[in-house]
Ligand binder design. Structure first.
Ligand code: HEC
Length: 179
């Protein structure tokens, strides 16, 4: 009996290793955006606020959006430095927009008919990472879009830079620092 238990344990360990290794190595690529190889930057949710936006997608509902940046990006925004320095990262967090009945009940007393909106759920998060050498072909920016922690496909990532071309005068960045 002991021997069988030992064999089973050995098989489990070997099988575990065999299954685990390809997963572990495949994971790193799965987590990076295609074309640019940008991964989700650690701690980005704690970065400082640059600006807030609302998007009305015709027929597709409303989105609330916040742009946050790391220290290098914030400094450049505040000082109006263009182009952005290497190492600057801008994150754009997008959520669905939902009405808040709780807030409305309270606000309706002094301000009848007031409608309050709050964040519903996370839609996606996008990043622009400045590296003027590595991403020379795309204005010095590496792009990435993640949904539930998973990067979008190559076709999606081909759309990023061309659509940011109209903001060429501001180093391909649309967002302006909110006062
Ligand atoms: C259809 C055009 C279009 C496409 C495609 C597009 N963007 Fe943008 N992007 C914009 C506009 C306009 C803004 C500013 C308005 C907003 O955020 O709602 C913006 C804002 C951003 C911002 C905040 C910084 C800034 O430039 O204002 C990031 C980060 C960003 N986009 C990343 C991406 C990534 C990554 C992709 C590709 C997966 C992408 N974008 C594709 C038009 C586009």
């Amino acid at each position: 009996m002991k021997r069988i238990a030992f064999l089973l344990a050995a098989v489990a360990i070997v099988a575990g290793i065999v299954v685990f290794i390809p997963r572990a190595s495949g994971h790193a690529e799965e987590d990076a955006s295609p074309i640019y190889g940008v991964k989700i930057p650690a701690g980005y949710r704690d970065w400082q606020l640059i600006a807030v936006k609302q998007l009305h997608f015709a027929g597709k509902g409303e989105q609330l959006r916040a742009q946050v940046g790391n220290d290098l990006a914030l400094k450049a925004f505040k000082e109006g430095t263009l182009p952005f320095p290497d190492g600057a990262i801008i994150a754009a967090i997008h959520w669905t927009r939902e009405p808040s009945e709780d807030n409305n009940k309270v606000l309706d007393i002094p301000f009848p008919g007031t409608q309050s909106f709050v964040i519903g759920s996370r839609v996606n998060v996008q990043f622009m990472v400045k590296d003027s050498k590595k991403y020379q072909a795309t204005g010095g920016w590496g792009f990435a879009d993640f949904k539930d922690g998973k990067p979008g496909d190559e076709a999606l990532h081909k759309t990023c830079f061309p659509c940011h071309l109209p903001a060429k005068d501001r180093d391909y960045v649309f967002t302006r620092y909110a006062p």
